[in-house]
Design a protein around this ligand. Structure first.
Ligand SMILES: *Cc1c(COP(=O)(O)O)cnc(C)c1O
Length: 369
């Protein structure tokens, strides 16, 4: 080796689920329905409007998009957040990276509870942050004695919890989220002799799929200025190809992440496409309701086959338990159905597809079982 690659990257493989060209792709939790013709028309008009000024850098602070995202959060969760309290970047992955760049790094800790999203570990590694993953209970919910002990032991700069959690589908109740917000007050690193708060990030990438009666953690923001709720247009919104994620939080947190963002990080086309897509959010919500129903039926069906299936508030289902999950995965793939080997040993994850994809997945699994 003659290049000065950081030692911690020496044996690392670039992250990513297989991108295979098979008929039924249910492995990365995308919305399976392509954008409607009316959405495509709006997007084309929006992009046409910005093209004549493409010689200029884009609007650095993208206030129009932040206002549209705030408006969407009001429609979706009934919570009012001023546009100045919204931040966005190229996917919620970049939003998270901004948070780590501002609050974590050398000598600081990012805490989460596994099984959970494998990217959290990578953000920590890439920012030189100490990564600590506690565990979840057998039903994938949090054990609050363990959570409290880990917070006290590690004094994390950031505690990140996906709700609904990937790959288990487990959502936090509002009471649990509130308890976490209480536990993270004054539990962060001691700076200048005084304890700081741990930034509590609730990653609601799958928030729109939560079941009736589970409020969004957005409702806690006004009460807890150290809480961040992140969202994305990649999942429910059906715009994974766009790369647009965002969070809502206190103004101070937005002010802090602005110090680390790259110049003009959101391109003019990204802003235009996101704005155009957001203008169709109402139609999208009815599609999400359909996917939720598909998910609930899928859980019931998998259980009827005698499988162990985690309760899901997301657009995917974790099921098992297989003595050889790699075999089940491969035999489904032979039948043109791509799912994901992820989560605890013996389990597989399948994303909610279109009605036709759902039927093909079930037919293939019946053959394999
Ligand atoms: C898919 C996913 C995201 C979304 O990432 P984007 O960068 O917005 O596409 C974020 N968090 C979790 C837990 C996810 O599963």
């Amino acid at each position: 080796m003659t290049l000065p690659l950081r030692e911690e990257l020496a044996s690392v493989q670039p992250y990513g689920a297989p991108q295979l060209d098979v008929p039924v792709r249910l492995n990365v939790n995308e919305n399976p329905y392509p954008p409607a013709p009316a959405v495509i028309k709006s997007v084309l008009e929006g992009v046409a409007e910005v093209l004549p000024t493409m010689n200029r850098y884009p609007d650095r602070d993208f206030m129009e998009l932040r206002a549209a995202l705030a408006n969407y959060l009001y429609e979706e969760a009934g919570v009012t957040v001023e546009k100045e309290r919204i931040w966005a970047a190229n996917g919620s992955n970049e939003v998270m990276l901004h948070l780590l760049q501002a609050y974590a790094g050398e000598g600081r800790t990012l805490l989460s509870f596994a099984p959970t999203y494998s990217m959290y570990h990578e953000y920590a590694r890439d920012t030189g942050t100490n990564w600590v993953a506690g565990t979840r209970a057998a039903d994938f919910k949090l054990d609050f004695n363990h959570v409290e002990a880990e917070i006290e032991r590690t004094r994390p700069s950031i505690l990140v919890l996906a709700s609904p959690n990937n790959p288990t589908g487990t959502a936090l109740t509002l009471e649990e989220a509130r308890l976490l917000a209480d536990l993270t007050r004054g539990s962060g690193p001691v700076i200048g002799g005084a304890p700081t708060d741990t930034v509590l990030v609730i990653d609601e990438a799958y928030g729109e799929f939560r079941r009736e009666g589970t409020p969004s953690a957005l409702t806690l923001l006004d009460e807890y200025p150290h809480v961040v709720v992140s969202r994305t247009m990649s999942k429910a919104f059906g715009m994974a190809g766009l790369r647009l994620g965002y969070f809502a939080a206190a103004r101070e947190i937005v002010d802090h992440v602005m110090r680390v963002r790259l110049p003009y990080h959101l391109s003019a086309t990204t802003q235009a496409v996101a704005l155009a897509a957001l203008s169709h959010s109402k139609e999208l919500m009815s599609q999400v309701a359909h996917m939720r129903a598909t998910r609930d039926n899928l859980v019931i069906w998998l259980r009827s086959k005698g499988l162990d299936v985690a309760d899901s508030d997301a657009n995917f289902v974790l099921f098992g338990k297989f003595a050889d999950r790699e075999r089940v995965f491969a035999q489904l793939l032979d039948r043109g159905v791509l799912i994901r080997v992820v989560g605890p040993e013996g389990y597989l994850r399948v994303s909610v597809g279109t009605d036709e994809e759902d039927a093909r997945f079930r037919a293939a699994l019946e053959e394999v079982l």
